[in-house]
Design a protein around this ligand. Sequence first.
Ligand SMILES: CC(=O)N[C@H]1[C@@H](OP(=O)(O)OP(=O)(O)OC[C@H]2O[C@@H](n3ccc(=O)[nH]c3=O)[C@H](O)[C@@H]2O)O[C@H](CO)[C@@H](O)[C@@H]1O[C@H](C)C(=O)N[C@@H](C)C(=O)N[C@H](CCC(=O)O)C(=O)O
Ligand SMILES: Nc1ncnc2c1ncn2[C@@H]1O[C@H](COP(=O)(O)OP(=O)(O)OP(=O)(O)O)[C@@H](O)[C@H]1O
Length: 484
Amino acid sequence: MKLNGLLNQLHISTTTEDDPVITGITSHSKKVKPGYLFFAISGVHADGHQYIQEAFENGAAAIIGEYDEEIGPGHYFYAKDTKQLLSLAASYFYEEPYKKHKMTGITGTNGKTTTSFLLQHILDSHGISTALFGTVYHFINGTKVKSSHTTPDPVTLQQMLSESKDDTVVMEVSSHGLEQKRIEGITYDQAIFLNLTHDHLDYHGTMESYYLCKAKLFSYLKNKGTAIICSEGHYGKRLTEELNKKNDLQVWTYGKRKTDSFYIEDVGKNSFNLVHETLQVTVPLPLPGEYNALNTTAAIAAALDYGIPIKSSIEYLKSFAGIPGRFEEIILQNGTEVIVDYAHTPDGVSQVLEAASKKAGNRPLYHVFGFRGNRDLTKRSEMISISLEYTTKTILTVDDLNGVDRDQLVQETQEAIPKASQLPVIVPDRTEAIFFALKEAPPNAVVIITGKGPEKYKEAYTHPSDSDLKTVELFQSMNKPTFI
Ligand SMILES: CC(=O)N[C@H]1[C@@H](OP(=O)(O)OP(=O)(O)OC[C@H]2O[C@@H](n3ccc(=O)[nH]c3=O)[C@H](O)[C@@H]2O)O[C@H](CO)[C@@H](O)[C@@H]1O[C@H](C)C(=O)N[C@@H](C)C(=O)N[C@H](CCC(=O)O)C(=O)O
Ligand SMILES: Nc1ncnc2c1ncn2[C@@H]1O[C@H](COP(=O)(O)OP(=O)(O)OP(=O)(O)O)[C@@H](O)[C@H]1O
C-alpha cells in the first residue's frame, strides 16, 4: 500500500512526492519498523506526540498527529482525530476485512462473554464457522488466541479480521473499545445490547456518558442491520425508542414483557419458556439464573436473524459445554458445592447470588470476593450490601492490586463496608480467604467465589496457586479424606 492512496482514503488532502510504500501501521513508537505509518495519540497515561522522534528514528515513513505544526524530520500530517484515523487506516491497510464476514457486535455491562459463547456454539453447530473476539480468549480459524483486551486495539483487531477465514465473527464490544474508536472502519450485520448497570464510572464519569458510549455501537450497523435489545431496564427501553425512530434498521427486543419480539417466562432451574410470534418453546438453560435465560434468548434471536430456526438452536444448546469461570461448579469430596464466577459489578453479583441462593435453597451460602485496586471505587459498598443480603457469610479479600498498596486496598475495603448488623470477615490473602471459607463452611454449604472467574492471579499469595479454581483444587488435594 502506498502512502498517497491511504492519505486520500483518510481524506487528508496532501500528497507526497516520494509516495513511500507503507509496510505497517501502529500507534506505539516502539513497534515502528521501517516504512510504518505512526499515529500519535493522546492517551490516558502518555501522549504519543512525545514519541514522534522515536518513531522517525525507528524508520517511520510518515506520522499523523493532532498537533497542527510540522514535527520531526520526515512526512508529518495533521488530523483532527487520530484515534478514528488509526482504526480507519488499519481497516484500509488490511483491505476492509470485515466485508468478508457476517459481523455481530455484542455490548452491555454484563453478559457479553456468555452471550458470545452461546451464539458461537449455535452457529458452529449449524455448520457456520465462527470467530470469537472477547475477554477469555479469541478464537480464529478454529484456534484459540490469547486475549489481552475484550475489544482489541484497532491494528490487532483488523489483523485478526483479515486472518480469519471464518464465515461469521462474533465480537464483544467494550465501552472502552467504543470510546477509543477501536471499531471504526467496521460495520455490523447485527448488534446486541444486553444491559447497562453501574460499572466503569472511573472511566466514563456518569451513567449518561456510559450509555451514550454503549449506544454508539448501533451507529455501526449496516443499513437494514438488526438491533437486538434487552428491554429489561431503563436503558434498553430508551435505546429501543431511539432506534425505532430510524427506518433503516430491524429492531428486535427480548425480555419478560409480552410485547417483546422474544418473550421469556417461567424461568426454572433447568429450562424456560420462550415465545416468538406464534412459536412457544421450552429452552434448556445452558447456565443457571434468569440472566442466563436472557443471554440465551439474545443468542437465539441473533441465530434466527442468521437463518437458524429457533428449534435447531434449542437442539444445539443441549451440548453447550459451559464457559471458563462463568458459574463454574466443583463439588468437594465432603459434598460442599463451590461456584467460581466472574461477577464483578453490583448487578452481576446480585444476579449470580440470586441464582446461587436458589441453588442453595435452605443450605448456607458463603461468598468470597474482593475489589480491584484503581477501579471504580463507587461500586464497592453496593456490592458488599448485596452480598450481605444474600449470603450466610461474606468473606472479603483482595483482587488485583493494579499498583495500589495491599494495606491501602484492605483499608479502602474496610471503609466500604456499610453499617450492618452482620459484618463481613476480611481475609486479605485471596488464597487464605478461599481456604477459610472452605474450612468454615459446613459440608452441605454452597461456597461462591466471585470476581476473577478464570483469570490468573496477578499477585503472589500464601498458597501456591494462580487462579480461584486452582486454589479450590489445592484445598481439595490438601484435605483428602483419609480412609482406614
Ligand atoms: C484506559 C485504556 O483503555 N487505555 C487503552 C489505550 O491506551 P492509551 O491511549 O490510554 O495509551 P497511553 O498509555 O496513554 O499512551 C498514549 C499513546 O502513546 C503511545 N506511546 C506510549 C509509550 C511509548 O513509549 N510510545 C508510544 O508511542 C501509546 O501507544 C498510545 O498510542 O489504548 C491502548 C491501545 O489500544 C490500550 O492498550 C489501553 O488499554 C489499557 C492497557 C487497558 O487496561 N484498558 C482496559 C481498561 C480496557 O480497554 N478494557 C476493556 C474492557 C473493559 C470491561 O468491559 O471490563 C477492553 O476492551 O479490554
Ligand atoms: N445478562 C446479565 N445480566 C447481569 N449479570 C450477568 C449477565 N450475564 C452474566 N452476568 C454476570 O456477569 C459475569 C460476567 O459475565 P460475562 O463474562 O458474560 O460478562 P462480560 O460482559 O463479558 O464481562 P467483561 O466485559 O467484564 O468481561 C457473569 O459471571 C455473571 O455473574
